[in-house]
Design a protein around this ligand. Structure first.
Ligand SMILES: *[C@@H]1O[C@H](CO)[C@@H](O)[C@H](O)[C@H]1NC(C)=O
Ligand SMILES: *[C@@H]1O[C@H](CO)[C@@H](O)[C@H](O)[C@H]1NC(C)=O
Length: 474
């Protein structure tokens, strides 16, 4: 002012023209005085954030700060089954009130909110309880919104890596629930209360609108609720978001389940190959193919305590394959080694157990015609044999008789010789048949055991498959 006065004192000597210029400049100075109130800069200066409190901004310490929280699920980046962790990408919103920050919008050309990049004011210490890794890949948005009523809004995208207990019993037809609990780590419920900004239906609708499915998961729904987490004597307020997702199973059905079923069918079908050696080769090849599928399944699943139904099914199928291979080895041993090489008879207990009871249970029909042919002949074998030996001696000792009788006698002799020959053939035939009988008995035992394994195989695989379908359907 003093300067102006001195200015005007010196200008007294000047013309009135100069006075007019001075007046004009004073008017313009007045307008310059008004303009700074419209800039953010000015508002920021008047808020004096540099001195704003760094403690919880309430005028009475007993007042709790209410933190409003909102989350929109954007996508599930990854759900690692073996690590049991979920990587989600969310749009996060958090708002609270600073009782020391406020202004009248009319004083600042109607500015109602201010975007400010500031570390000066207090912020709630947000903590995600399920988080396992501090993620550096979250985009950093350093701006806060200050509203004229003291509300501070922090909105930012978050990439969250959290634990998610996966229940894979129904894999690959499983639904999973992953939770994200937002709360304060140090402030108890008497200091900070976390409160969901929108109710479940709104949160769900928002998520459904923006959800981008990148992986094998389809979003079922998102729910939100408010809870208090209790430790020994502390209580912490939390807002929990439950994300329900469902696996897209078609890939696993096409790449894992259907090939496995085909291989099992193939293995069952191979039970109808009659040559046991060929069957053995075939079965080993099928088991090899099956073990490749087992490897794939193993790589997918976590080493957790709950085994998926599919794994149990695979295991039982493999067990049945191995059992049928062992059965085939046994039957091939019976038919080849026991019957034709060592030429032994079927033990009595095997006869009773397998040929009688098991054959009956398995509805196994013996070739009855063959059976009847063999047994009666062996029965009356011995007495006739004795008779024929007598006959041979008689024939050899006898001398030539008279001519009349000689014709008759030569005929008789001839007939006896023919009979002898027939009897010898008969005896040989019986011996052969006995041998064959042992062989057929062994092969019969082998066939019955084979059928037993086939039936067991079919029943077990069908049962487990039906149980698995039931588990999946529930
Ligand atoms: C808490 O804050 C509100 C609003 O600022 C005020 O009305 C109230 O008196 C404060 N104190 C308590 C104990 O609620
Ligand atoms: C959820 O909030 C919306 C809007 O705020 C409201 O229209 C709706 O009725 C609420 N739903 C429930 C179940 O409270």
């Amino acid at each position: 002012m003093g300067k102006i006065w001195s200015y005007t004192e010196s200008s007294i000597k000047m013309s009135p023209h100069m006075l007019l210029i001075l007046l004009l400049s004073l008017i313009s100075a007045d307008t310059v005085w008004c303009q700074p109130n419209c800039s953010f800069q000015n508002l920021l200066q008047s808020l004096n954030l540099a001195n704003a409190s760094k403690v919880r901004p309430v005028r009475n310490w007993k007042n709790t700060s209410i933190v409003n929280i909102d989350m929109t699920l954007y996508t599930i980046v990854d759900l690692d089954m073996s690590m049991q962790s979920a990587t989600t990408f969310v749009w996060f919103y958090m708002a609270w009130r600073d009782e020391y920050i406020s202004w009248k919008p009319d004083d600042f050309c109607g500015i109602t909110q201010l975007f400010v990049n500031s570390d000066y004011f207090w912020k709630p210490d947000l903590y995600i309880y399920e988080m396992t890794e501090n993620d550096d890949k979250s985009p950093q948005i350093p701006y806060y919104i200050l509203r004229s009523n003291g509300q501070i809004v922090n909105a930012m995208p978050l990439r969250i890596i959290s634990t998610c207990n996966l229940d894979i019993f129904k894999f690959p037809f499983d639904n999973q629930t992953c939770k994200l609990s937002f709360g304060s780590y140090v402030y108890t419920v008497s200091d900070i209360v976390m409160w969901p900004k929108s109710n479940s239906s709104v949160v769900n609708q928002n998520a459904q609108n923006v959800f981008a499915s990148k992986d094998e998961w389809v979003l079922q729904s998102v729910a939100v609720y408010n809870t208090t987490y209790k430790t020994m004597d502390m209580k912490y307020s939390q807002v929990v978001y439950s994300i329900y997702i469902k696996r897209v199973a078609i890939v696993y059905v096409l790449n894992l389940i259907i090939p496995a079923c085909f291989l099992v069918f193939l293995d069952i079908a191979s039970m109808f190959i009659h040559n046991y050696e060929n069957r053995l080769d075939f079965k080993i090849t099928v088991v090899l193919g099956f073990s490749v599928l087992l490897l794939i399944l193993n790589a997918l699943l976590p080493n957790s305590d709950n085994t998926p139904m599919l794994g149990i099914f695979f295991c039982i199928c493999l067990a049945m394959m191995v059992l049928s291979i062992i059965g085939t080895v046994g039957t091939s041993y019976m038919t080849v080694t026991e019957s034709s090489i060592s030429n032994s008879q079927v033990p009595a207990w095997v006869k009773i157990l397998v040929l009688k009871h098991l054959a009956h249970i398995m509805f196994f029909k013996k070739d009855s015609a063959k059976d009847e042919l063999v047994t009666p002949v062996t029965a009356d074998n011995d007495p006739e044999n004795a008779k024929t030996s007598e006959a041979t001696e008689d024939v050899s000792d006898e001398k030539r008789p008279l001519e009349n009788e000689s014709n008759v006698k030569t005929e008789v002799k001839l007939l006896k010789r023919i009979l002898l020959e027939i009897l010898r053939i008969h005896r040989k035939l019986i011996l052969d048949l006995q041998q064959k009988d042992a062989m057929t008995e062994w092969s019969l035992v082998a066939q019955i055991v084979d059928r037993l394994i086939l039936v067991l195989y079919l029943i077990t695989v069908t049962l487990v498959f039906v149980i698995m379908l039931c588990v999946w359907a529930i």
